[in-house]
Design a protein around this ligand. Structure first.
Ligand SMILES: [Zn+2]
Length: 259
């Protein structure tokens, strides 16, 4: 049962965020975030979608045991996205499910968020959610996504979560190459919205083979770009995972054609 939260909602909270320093507090913050998001966004109840996500989560959670299972929630958000907060919930947007090509891509999405949890990345929320506690609904979702981009999803964390996600999917019996079709979905969405650098990275990366005395500048711009966006370009992420799979890189020819 939901009870009135008497500690919620003051600017004083934001000015003096209470440190979240134990697992029980992580769970409390997770329950608070879930209540706020579910109260603002409709939750998908369409049986096929729910079953698809629950089945994938069940297979992945079984391989994570004895770790506590994580629970997916589908929010009626149009942007194809997924994120994890503190506690036990993973959030997927209906927009992502609508565009996802196959169950393997959904599984990889869930496994990636599970990896953030299992690698301890969600601990980076500690003490920070108090900053957004006075917000409501969509503002909370936007704030949490922004926090995740800046603190949770650094390029190193993203690469580690990608690798662990692929390993978990393989352990759960999924086809790895099909899992990586998620990146095709993300690429299409980014290109449709003009976010070319999100797909290919900064222009300088394309010419980084010409190192010379300007190489340091390209490297610096690349570093800044990655830390600004918080993750590697979509193509680079997929290439790394294809290499992990030992599969041929089938995207390079397309990259040259699009560029
Ligand atoms: Zn991530």
């Amino acid at each position: 049962m939901e009870t009135e939260d008497t500690t919620r909602g003051s600017v004083a909270d934001a000015a003096n965020p209470a440190p979240c320093c134990d697992p029980a507090e992580d769970v409390d913050w997770g329950e608070w975030l879930c209540r706020e998001l579910v109260a603002h966004f409709d939750v998908e109840t369409e049986p096929c979608a729910v079953e698809l996500v629950q089945r994938a989560a069940g297979r992945l959670n079984a391989k994570r045991a004895p770790a506590a299972p994580l629970e997916p929630i589908i929010l009626w958000m149009t942007t194809p996205t997924a994120f994890i907060g503190p506690g036990r919930y993973i959030y997927l947007s209906r927009g992502l499910l609508h565009q996802a090509c196959c169950q393997e891509a959904v599984a990889f999405t869930l496994a990636h968020e599970m990896a953030h949890h299992d690698l301890g990345h969600t601990q980076l929320y500690r003490g920070k959610l108090a900053l957004v506690r006075h917000l409501r609904g969509s503002l909370i979702a936007a704030a949490v996504l922004t926090m995740a981009d800046h603190w949770l999803n650094g390029p190193e964390n993203e690469a580690a979560a990608d690798a662990r996600s692929l390993d978990l999917c393989l352990a759960a019996g999924y086809d790895g190459a099909r899992c990586l079709e998620l990146f095709d979905l993300l690429e299409r969405y980014a290109l449709d919205h003009g976010a070319i650098e999100c797909v290919f990275g900064p222009e300088e990366d394309l010419h980084s083979v010409q190192e010379g005395h300007h190489g340091w500048r390209a490297a610096a711009r690349s570093w800044i770009w990655r830390h600004r966006y918080g993750y590697l370009p979509i193509r680079a992420r997929k290439e790394q995972l294809l290499a992990r799979l030992g599969a041929p890189d089938r995207t390079r020819r397309g990259q040259r054609a699009i560029r």
